[in-house]
Structures are given as structure tokens and as C-alpha cells.
Design a protein around this ligand. Structure first.
Ligand SMILES: [Zn+2]
Length: 428
């Protein structure tokens, strides 16, 4: 086992020591990417920045941020290792016509396993646990992270992946599953199916639920505890780009602790990218401090949350906190069976003169066909009579490139988009 894994000193390190460690790791990482990644070297050179200019944690703001589009389009140039050192690759839908590719070296995998193992141990897991994973493996990261972490602590892993719900329930019984890793909605589906079968999940050995994708509400947590006998219902936050990121606080379900030795976080204004103070809500910016193959340096996550800071928590961790109320600015959504990323539509809109590229998608699920409206921000220069043809062109372009026909396009003057950080508004 890697020596800095799971050691109580990493878990209980003080704020000062964690900051010291972060600075040391940041300097190392910045030097490394400048030397080995063409993409980052060019980024630094463009603003006349040298790795030696990073002398404090605050100096990180001197580095220009990296967008998801840049990550999608520059895989080869960001890569800091030769292909022979890549151990595995992950992929998710791109928003610019390129898929998002993330590579991991063996050391990266070890880091993700460590972070995931720590998260399990923090929530009371031991080698005696039986961990059933119901999420898809494949090219997504979540199931793999849980798998690697559970293996590392010596637990028994049941790597089911997506399967028939009756089968999942049968396995819970047969193997005495204690920890169930599933999409939040799927936990409820299993309760429903068990009821139809005349079964009762609270009779079995379940102790811990990890809820993926959506944060469960207080009422949902209480429901799952009652129906399944869980002692803990934990929300799981992360993404393919930043695996092994955080752990849901055991004392406050509305907070995640970010593993400070693996990731450095900031919150910035989503539009100007100016740093915001602790306690302010903004876009989460992530720097990976130890990743090798595809390091993230000031990566704009598109997730909107609040940075609460390093203050020591009642749970005993000093690792910095972020609010678990996270709005995915680029929340993937399915409309009439078509998967949509708002950023893909924004990318298309940015090619139209007169538009800022910003938009908001409204879906009315009360209507039988789930009527959709695309609210499009203009830069106030639309000439009279230009709106109607532009609407038709936008609808045609989005249909052609994304595969969905919007029922309506509404133009909104620059700065007037209500609740602008919410890219998808669903009315039920
Ligand atoms: Zn805590």
C-alpha cells in the first residue's frame, strides 16, 4: 500500500500543514507541466509566466484557466507522458465535436484508488464489507473509482454494473451486500421493485448507500434509511475529469471535503473568471496536484458551488469544504430521448453573429411532447426583421448538429437571462 494512503496523518492534518503540502505539490506540478506539456507551456509563455513565479498558493491565479473545450481539443498536447505509459483511457461526450479524453498512468490509478479507499474508510467501511456496484463501468469513471477503492481496503467487490433490478436484489441477498453504489434514482427503483416482489430490503445486510449523480434530499435520505436499513446515505461527487476528488462530510450532508493533497480548489466568477472569496458562490476551478497523464491546471469545472474553506470540521477533517449543493452549469439532459449538453448548443450559437453564445434550455414536462424553448442571449445588435430568419437558422442548425428540434427560440437581451447559471430549467 502506498505510504501516504489512509494514514491518519493525512486525514487529520491541520489546515497549516495541508496548505504547506499543497504549495509544495503545486510548485512541483507546475514545473512538471511546464516541462512536459506543450499545451501548458504555451499557456504560460503567452502571459509571460514562469513556474518559478508560483511562490504561494495565491499565485495560482496568475495562471490562465483551462476550459473543457481546450481539454477536448488538446489531448495530445496536454499529455505529459509517452503513450507507452498510459494505463487506461476514459471518454465522455465532447461538446465541440471532439470527445473528452482523459488518460491515467498506473500512478494516477493508484491515486484514484487511494482517494476512493479513504472515502470508504472515512465512512466506516472495512475489509469485511461487500460492495455492490450497479453503475456502468465502460468508459465512465465512477464505477471504476469505487471498485479500485473497495479493492484497496480489501473489501469484497461485486462488479455487477447495470443489470435487471430483480437480479441486483438477488445479489444483495445472496452475497450479503453491505455497501450499495448506485445512481440516486436507482436506489429508489430498487426499493420499488423489492416491494413489487413482496421483499423488504431492510431485512438484509445493507449499511451504506452511495448516491451517484444527484444529491439526495433530506427526505430521500430518511426514506432510504427506513426502507433499506441504511445507517449512512452518502452523496458522491466527482467527474471523469477529476476522479478521486472529495468525500461527503459525515457530520453535514450538505458539504463535501476536497482531498487537499490531491486537488486544489478555487471558486471564480463564471463570466469574468475573477477569484471569489470564501463563502461566495461561483464556478469551481480545479487543479490536480499529483495527476500525471492529464494534469488539470485551473480547470473550469462548470459546476457552480460555494467554497467554504479549510476550517476544521466537526467530523475531524481539515480538508477544505465545498457546498454539496452543486448546480451543474453544463448539466447533461435528455429531451425526447436525445442527450443534450447546453455547452454544445452554446458552441453552435457562438458562430451566429449577433449572439453572445449563452443560452438556457426550458423543458416543459407537463406537456405530452415535452415542449422545449431555447432562450438565446443577443448582444443587442440584431437588426429589425432579422429575428425570424435567425430563429429558423438556429432551429435548423441545432436540429442538424444535436438532433433535437426546439419548439421555440426566444431572444433575450445581453445580461437579462434570469437565473443565468441554470442552463436547463425543467418544469414538471
Ligand atoms: Zn466534515
Amino acid at each position: 500500500m502506498n505510504e501516504n494512503c489512509l494514514k491518519s496523518d493525512v486525514k487529520s492534518m491541520s489546515q497549516e500543514d495541508l496548505k504547506k503540502l499543497q504549495l509544495e505539490l503545486l510548485k512541483k506540478q507546475v514545473n512538471r507541466v511546464y516541462e512536459k506539456s506543450r499545451f501548458y507551456r504555451e499557456k504560460f509563455d503567452k502571459v509571460g509566466l514562469k513556474p518559478s513565479d508560483i511562490k504561494s498558493l495565491k499565485d495560482i491565479t496568475k495562471i490562465p484557466p483551462t476550459s473543457r473545450e481546450e481539454l477536448e481539443q488538446n489531448f495530445i498536447n496536454i499529455l505529459t507522458v509517452p503513450h507507452s505509459e498510459i494505463a487506461t483511457i476514459r471518454l465522455s461526450s465532447g461538446t465541440t465535436g471532439h470527445p473528452l479524453r482523459i488518460a491515467h498512468t498506473k500512478k494516477d490509478i493508484e491515486m484514484i484508488a487511494e482517494a476512493s479507499a479513504r472515502r470508504l474508510i472515512y465512512h466506516g467501511a472495512t475489509k469485511n464489507d461487500v460492495v455492490q456496484i450497479t453503475s456502468a463501468y465502460g468508459l465512465w469513471q465512477g464505477a471504476w473509482s469505487m471498485h479500485w477503492g473497495a479493492e484497496k481496503i480489501g473489501a469484497c467487490v461485486i462488479p455487477v454494473g447495470p443489470a435487471d433490478s430483480e437480479r441486483q436484489i438477488l445479489l444483495i441477498k445472496q452475497f450479503g451486500t453491505t455497501i450499495l453504489y448506485a445512481a440516486t434514482n436507482y436506489h429508489f427503483r430498487l426499493v420499488e421493485v423489492a416491494k413489487v416482489l413482496g421483499d423488504d430490503l431492510s431485512k438484509y445486510n445493507l449499511t451504506t448507500a452511495f448516491c451517484v449523480a444527484e444529491k439526495p434530499t433530506g427526505a430521500q435520505i430518511a426514506f432510504l434509511k427506513k426502507e433499506c436499513g441504511y445507517q449512512r446515505v452518502i452523496s458522491d461527487y466527482g467527474a471523469t475529469e477529476f476522479p478521486g476528488f472529495s468525500v461527503n462530510c459525515a457530520e453535514d450532508e450538505d458539504v463535501h471535503h476536497v482531498w487537499a493533497d490531491f486537488y486544489l480548489v478555487e471558486v471564480v466568477d463564471p463570466e469574468t473568471h475573477e477569484p471569489l472569496d470564501e463563502g461566495e458562490k461561483g464556478e469551481l476551478v480545479i487543479t490536480s496536484l499529483q495527476r500525471e497523464a492529464i494534469p488539470l491546471i485551473r480547470y473550469l469545472s462548470r459546476d457552480i458551488t460555494e467554497y467554504i474553506g479549510f476550517e476544521k470540521c466537526a467530523c475531524g477533517l481539515s480538508h477544505p469544504k465545498i457546498s454539496a449543493e452543486i448546480d451543474r452549469e453544463d448539466s447533461m439532459t435528455k429531451i425526447r430521448g436525445v442527450t443534450i449538453f447546453p455547452s454544445h448548443i452554446e458552441f453552435l450559437l457562438s458562430n451566429f453573429p449577433g449572439l453572445t453564445g449563452k443560452c438556457q434550455i426550458l423543458v416543459d414536462k407537463r406537456t405530452p411532447r415535452h415542449e422545449t424553448t431555447l432562450r438565446v442571449e443577443t448582444n443587442n445588435t440584431l437588426p429589425v426583421g432579422a429575428e425570424e430568419p435567425l430563429k429558423s437558422n438556429i432551429i435548423a442548425e441545432v436540429k442538424n448538429r444535436v438532433g433535437i428540434t426546439f419548439n421555440e427560440v426566444v431572444f433575450i437581451a445581453s445580461g437579462q437571462l434570469e437565473n443565468k447559471y441554470k442552463k436547463v430549467v425543467v418544469t414538471r
